[in-house]
Design a protein around this ligand. Sequence first.
Ligand SMILES: Nc1ncnc2c1ncn2[C@@H]1O[C@H](COP(=O)(O)OP(=O)(O)OP(=O)(O)O)[C@@H](O)[C@H]1O
Length: 446
Amino acid sequence: MSQAPSSPMEPAVDSTAGQDPEGACILFVDDDADIRQATALLLRRRGFAVVGAADPGEALSVLAATAVSVVLLDLNYTRGATTGAEGLECLRALLAHDPGLPVVVVTGHSGVAIAVAAMRAGAADFVMKPWKNDRLVATIEDALATHRRRLAARQPVGAGGPADGAAAPADDGMMIAGCAQTRDVLERADRVAPTQAGVLLTGPAGVGKTALARRIHRLSAQRAGRLLVLDPRLGEDTVAVRLAGADARDTLLVEEIGDWSPALQDRLLARVQAGGGARLLATAREGGAALRASVMPDLLCRLDVVTIALPPLAARGEEIAVLARHFLRLFALRHGVADRTLSPEAEEALAARPWPDNVRALRQAMERATVMARDAVLGVADVAGPGPDAEGTEAGTPDAAPTLARSEKAMIEAALRRHGFNVSHAARELGLTRPALYRRMARHGL
Ligand SMILES: Nc1ncnc2c1ncn2[C@@H]1O[C@H](COP(=O)(O)OP(=O)(O)OP(=O)(O)O)[C@@H](O)[C@H]1O
């Protein structure tokens, strides 16, 4: 099957969005550009907004950038493939990001057996190619109606999102795997997610611990409850109030347990020992002996039933380019600018960088490049520059510095505006802690 590029009109949400009374947006994933175009026309005429993706990787990037209501997913992408394996893998990745997402699979050559496998893997329904237009629209409407009923039923239980009750950004916790190590990390996380076991996620700054904790929560039986983030960087009072307000339906995300004061550890342990408590997920930059030296043993054994260590980005080889391409697509959609691609030299330069701030820095470098680059193909200069937490330690050239500072300021301003100047939400979107965002706001006079 051809690797047809998306048509320029496709990825942007269609301007007819909103004709559907409840603003449903359909993501159609198919490598055939003509079929994508024709189906988009049909669905738009029926009142849906439509976004397109040419392959599974692009589908995940679109999902990270866009509030999607239903996915229509073709199952074969490689020329001559008929097993549906690529589509089934994509289905699993989509549902791992959002278990409630209705995915309607499209089967052609693959036939009924593949449709059955897809239904077993969690697809909402299937349609056979060639389809009748009315049957396709009815299938999408049914999937949407079921989804809305489920959402409505879940409503009274609680926010199910951040502790402050706001909707999470679309890409909150979206995890992309581009190497064997990350696939193994995700597989372990998905295995432990549905249980009640405490999970400790370790790894250096910006490596994806919080994003993975959010994924575990979404895949857990507690997902209708709240994810209460207990981060000492928010202040001990905030942590104590959230802890006191937690109940058995909630999940506690204990951030940076190695930094908790003994008094706060005492409170957490008392809460846990009181029983009937919330599920525990914890993060720590250092595991092993360092953690054992700073955390009370009784507490650690509750938090650390299963440990998952996330490797630093520099050790993930080919995943750096996979993540870079994902972030480029994500930010092109989010900022409404042209798609960017990496030149081979830029890819090499990214692979050679040490990435002390890991995925967070790569994400910011790709957002900066998306916003600031003059050409569609990014060169080495476009992807160079300090990471978000480098705090000036990876200085750029004297000429580049003011431009980079301006672009960082513009990004922060844009994120703050998007979130109605709510610093916590803007910080989450930018992949920063709240104190780190405040430092940057002060630096830029915001
Ligand atoms: N595998 C991944 N795919 C896509 N995005 C990722 C991945 N890993 C991390 N990210 C993104 O990188 C950013 C940093 O990740 P996260 O905040 O989870 O790191 P962390 O390990 O918790 O960092 P810290 O220790 O500084 O709190 C977030 O925006 C997150 O969504």
